[in-house]
Design a protein around this ligand. Structure first.
Ligand SMILES: [Fe+2]
Ligand SMILES: [Fe+2]
Length: 175
């Protein structure tokens, strides 16, 4: 019998550990591309990042956006019209939650959303709104990746903008 060795892989963006015989295509937690998931032995702990005032503002805005999207997708999953849209909304919500944690770690603080999140009354309109949310996030994250002076901030925003791009494609495909 062939012996398969299970190894720990760790995502350099969200810090979560994946166990498997091979590295995953994408981080199963935050959705970051596989190149960000390395053998756990090479993992670098960044923790709170020293940042310029602008980057701090950008991270706070990103955190608010992620928390808002997490709530939005959670509600969409609760109200979903079928198992496929439910699965998609659930997965997107979980990934946005992971993204929020990444920004909290970088900032070294947490915030609480006060606003209630409203969702449209059917899946088609929910996917349409999801598309708008993701587009907004991508635009902001790419701008931050360009202007941030800190390498870690650039890397995180670039990796997460790529994930939001995946979300955008998903929200278009299943509409
Ligand atoms: Fe990750
Ligand atoms: Fe996100």
């Amino acid at each position: 019998m062939e012996v398969v060795y299970i190894k720990p892989w760790r995502c350099q963006i969200c810090g979560e550990t994946y166990l498997g015989s091979e590295a995953p295509d994408r981080c199963p937690y935050c959705g970051a591309e596989g190149e960000n998931v390395k053998s756990a032995a090479y993992y670098l702990e960044y923790g709170k990042v020293e940042m310029s005032e602008q980057s701090r503002k950008d991270c706070l805005e990103a955190l608010r956006l992620e928390l808002n999207n997490e709530k939005f997708y959670e509600k969409c999953a609760e109200e979903a019209e079928n198992q496929i849209s439910r699965a998609i909304f659930k997965r997107l919500g979980k990934q946005e939650g992971e993204h929020a944690e990444v920004f909290e770690d970088m900032l070294g603080e947490e915030i609480e959303l006060k606003e209630e999140v409203q969702i449209p009354d059917n899946d088609y309109d929910r996917f349409t709104e999801a598309h708008e949310h993701e587009k907004m996030a991508i635009d902001l994250y790419l701008a931050v990746a360009r202007r941030a002076p800190e390498k870690r901030v650039k890397d995180v925003f670039r990796a997460i903008s790529d994930v939001e791009n995946e979300h955008l494609i998903m929200s278009n495909t299943f509409k």
